[in-house]
Design a protein around this ligand. Structure first.
Ligand code: ADP
Ligand code: MG
Length: 329
């Protein structure tokens, strides 16, 4: 088909046959691809090393016009090095890293459902039950990162939360979907019932993440015993950035719009700095006081008072769902 013809060819990536584009950014493209060795599907994140349009930039020096670097090697190696240490059902696994002259290639475990972001757009908002199903899985992955690996993600948002789809009501043998259902290629969806078509949730994109512990000794980075108090304190606060982001995701899942928004960046920055958000009527009228309480403890301007991941997991609203599918990761 037409889509297939448009797929580019990447020297160095011969083992994988690109199937379709799953995401794109300024300097990275992510494709669903087939591994010709195993026959399985993977995701390949292709990151451009150089700016191919640089020759059009009159202001660049002639040497720079050929190949100005757009992706710092150290950054991509850090992303790879962090991902290699991680093994958790709630985190996209890195299978392989390689590079060619022009690109870096990250071969990743495929999350076939794509972004949580698109599912919010599709359903408008999630029920509390579906929201809990999603956010608890995110929290368990964050707990693993913060408490077991000393890793802070620093870019938690619906675009970086991916999922494996599951049909809610399995189609009976010989069942033929109606035209309406045909549009859904993953089964029959009922917003707010069961998993809402969302099975396993997986965190992706460690491009901004940071290690604050030595993963071998489980102590703060740097020489043990010589770490300054402000560094130790910094590390404590830096984990709290993920908790704030989780508060924003939780809020957005429940109502379909983010807690902080303004057309002007300056006004938006002000609102965030003051922690100025509301549970806007009528959208929040029917939502439980328990989950509002949890959000309040996450969208808390003072990082010392903000909930840690363990406090999050101990909250009554979270614990109300302990019987659910992936609660014991
Ligand atoms: P960037 O640093 O450019 O944001 P990401 O790692 O977030 O790169 O990938 C960009 C997008 O590609 C994601 O938002 C998602 O839509 C898609 N994507 C990334 N990894 C996977 C994966 N393992 N499975 C499915 N889609 C993915
Ligand atoms: Mg991303």
């Amino acid at each position: 088909n037409e889509q297939r013809n448009k797929l580019p060819f990447y020297p160095g990536l011969e083992r994988y046959t690109l199937v379709e584009k799953m995401g794109d950014g300024a300097f990275s493209n992510v494709y669903k691809a087939r591994d010709t060795k195993t026959g399985g599907l993977v995701a390949v994140k292709i990151v451009r090393k150089y700016d191919i349009n640089a020759h059009q930039n009159k202001h660049l020096h002639k040497d720079m016009k050929k190949k100005p670097r757009v992706t710092e090697r150290a950054n991509i190696l850090k992303e790879v090095q962090i991902m290699r240490q991680l093994k958790h059902p709630g985190i996209v696994e890195l299978h392989e890293f390689s590079e060619s002259d022009e690109h870096y290639f990250l071969v990743l475990e495929l999350a076939p459902g794509g972004e949580l972001f698109h599912r919010i757009v599709k359903l408008t908002y999630f029920s509390e039950e579906l929201t809990r199903h999603v956010i608890v899985q995110v929290a368990q992955a964050i707990r693993y990162l913060h408490e077991e690996k000393g890793v802070i993600h620093r870019d938690i948002k619906p675009e970086n939360i991916l999922f494996e789809p599951i049909p809610i009501i399995p189609s009976p043998p010989g069942y033929r979907p109606s035209d309406e259902e045909e549009k859904e290629d993953e089964g029959i969806f009922q917003p707010g019932v069961g998993g809402g078509g969302i099975g396993r949730v997986k965190i992706a994109d460690f491009g901004l993440s940071k290690v604050v512990w030595d993963s071998q000794t489980m102590t703060p980075c740097g020489t043990v015993g010589y770490t300054a108090p402000e560094i130790v304190k910094d590390e404590r606060y830096s984990k709290s950035v993920d908790m704030w982001a989780m508060g924003c995701v939780l809020y957005t899942l429940l109502c379909g719009f983010p807690p902080f928004y303004d057309e002007s960046i300056q006004a938006l920055t002000e609102k965030v700095a003051r922690g100025q958000y509301t549970f806007l009527s009528p959208w929040w009228d029917e939502i439980s006081v328990e989950v509002k309480d949890l959000i309040t403890h996450l969208l808390c301007v003072d990082p010392v008072k903000r909930y840690t991941i363990d406090q999050f997991l101990a909250h009554p609203w979270v614990r109300a769902g302990e019987q659910s599918m992936y609660a014991n990761d």
